[in-house]
Ligand binder design. Structure first.
Ligand SMILES: *[C@@H]1O[C@H](CO)[C@@H](O)[C@H](O)[C@H]1NC(C)=O
Ligand SMILES: *[C@@H]1O[C@H](CO)[C@@H](O)[C@H](O)[C@H]1NC(C)=O
Ligand SMILES: *[C@@H]1O[C@H](CO)[C@@H](O)[C@H](O)[C@H]1NC(C)=O
Length: 333
């Protein structure tokens, strides 16, 4: 097997956190993941790795972390999308997570210093077009740096496009790319942005109103909120989950209070970015919930922080490991 040197692979890496609307049939999700690292002749694609597969049973939704250089990512992701579209039927979807498509989201995040947000945005646009050409009936909306020139964020685009519901009138949806959405595939969000982490803190209550109060207090738009953090409170497995999307923000750590750690940072195309650490989010949720006598049950992270993602990808690719998610399970168990 041909090995690639670290210097050749380390620089132009991008991550795709592919969200698909299926988790309960795990073999199906693994088939989709494997198709990212296998070409149409069944041969292993060099230079592509799947770092992680996250299945959320309740939400019937999975996140597959695919990493490759920007030159190789499109074919890998398209191949996974084609398989997902052939295997998942949104008309039959059940799950409590709001979602819009069989392939729900295709976000691209630059990991290598030499790949900029503009490059990722263009790649995402090309990916959306290719998807709608290859799988008849699929359509897409664009967000972040793929939504040019406005660069509107996912939350903003989703509000306009509308979340998938059984009774939803598909004819009112205006896709950016492809034909009028059909129920079987729904609509796929394709975009590019600085890395977004997902971090959920579960609190020991069934009181959703209380959870909403906690969520409101920490979200970035509130006066004492955490920059870059978008929050929802949801029922999850008999408790309330404070579900956070943690965006990376440009610049260094926001003003720190005594004893706080500086935020983890990384660079994209020569610019500095950083993100709120999971420990800070957990501490703030604990503090807010504590005011109501509610304790936290735990914190969960989907996948990795941006720095972890890059270093694991470099390791996987330098060793030629495509199914890295299996190695990871071995290490963590
Ligand atoms: C998708 O599911 C719906 C409802 O269960 C069904 O009527 C339809 O035939 C399915 N489509 C395909 C292509 O499997
Ligand atoms: C999970 O969602 C898929 C489609 O997205 C659907 O076909 C399947 O029936 C769902 N599973 C359950 C148990 O609802
Ligand atoms: C966190 O919550 C979101 C709901 O918005 C869900 O999609 C995701 O799977 C959850 N992640 C974990 C690790 O529980």
């Amino acid at each position: 097997m041909k090995r690639m040197s670290c210097s050749a692979i380390g620089r132009r890496l991008v991550a795709c956190l592919l969200n698909i609307s299926e988790a309960r049939r795990r073999d199906l999700v693994e088939t989709v993941a494997r198709s990212a690292i296998t070409d149409k002749h069944g041969r292993k694609r060099e230079g592509v790795t799947v770092l992680n597969i996250f299945n959320d049973f309740d939400y019937n939704r999975s996140v597959i972390t695919i990493v490759a250089s920007i030159d190789l990512i499109r074919e890998a992701v398209l191949s996974a999308c084609e398989h997902a579209c052939s295997l998942i039927n949104m008309s039959a979807h059940e799950g409590i997570h709001p979602c819009m498509g069989a392939v729900d989201l295709v976000p691209l995040y630059p990991l290598g210093k030499e790949v900029g947000l503009e490059d990722c945005g263009k790649e995402a646009q090309a990916l959306a077009t290719a998807l709608t050409e290859r799988v008849a009936g699929t359509s897409a909306f664009l967000f972040g740096w793929a939504d040019s020139p406005q660069h509107r964020g996912l939350a903003q685009r989703r509000k306009v496009v509308g979340w998938f519901r059984k009774t939803f009138d598909m004819s009112t949806i205006q896709p950016d790319v492809g034909p009028q959405p059909i129920r079987r595939f729904g609509i796929t969000g394709v975009g590019a942005s600085p890395y977004v982490m997902n971090c959920n803190v579960t609190i020991d209550t069934q009181d959703l109103a209380l959870g909403r109060g906690v969520a409101a207090a920490i979200r970035e738009t509130s006066p004492d909120g955490i920059p870059g953090v978008q929050v929802l409170a949801l029922h999850h497995e008999g408790a309330v989950e404070i579900a956070c999307n943690v965006e990376s923000i440009q610049g260094g750590s926001p003003s720190l209070t005594n004893g706080e750690e500086p935020w983890p940072s990384f660079t994209i195309g020569g610019q500095n970015f950083c993100h709120a650490p999971a420990s800070l989010i957990t501490a703030r949720v604990a503090e807010m919930a504590g005011l109501h006598g509610v304790a936290i049950k735990g914190t969960a992270l989907v996948g990795f922080t941006p720095n972890e993602c890059r270093s694991l990808a470099e390791e996987a690719l330098s060793k030629g490991i495509g199914e890295y998610w299996k190695e990871l399970h071995r290490v963590h168990m």
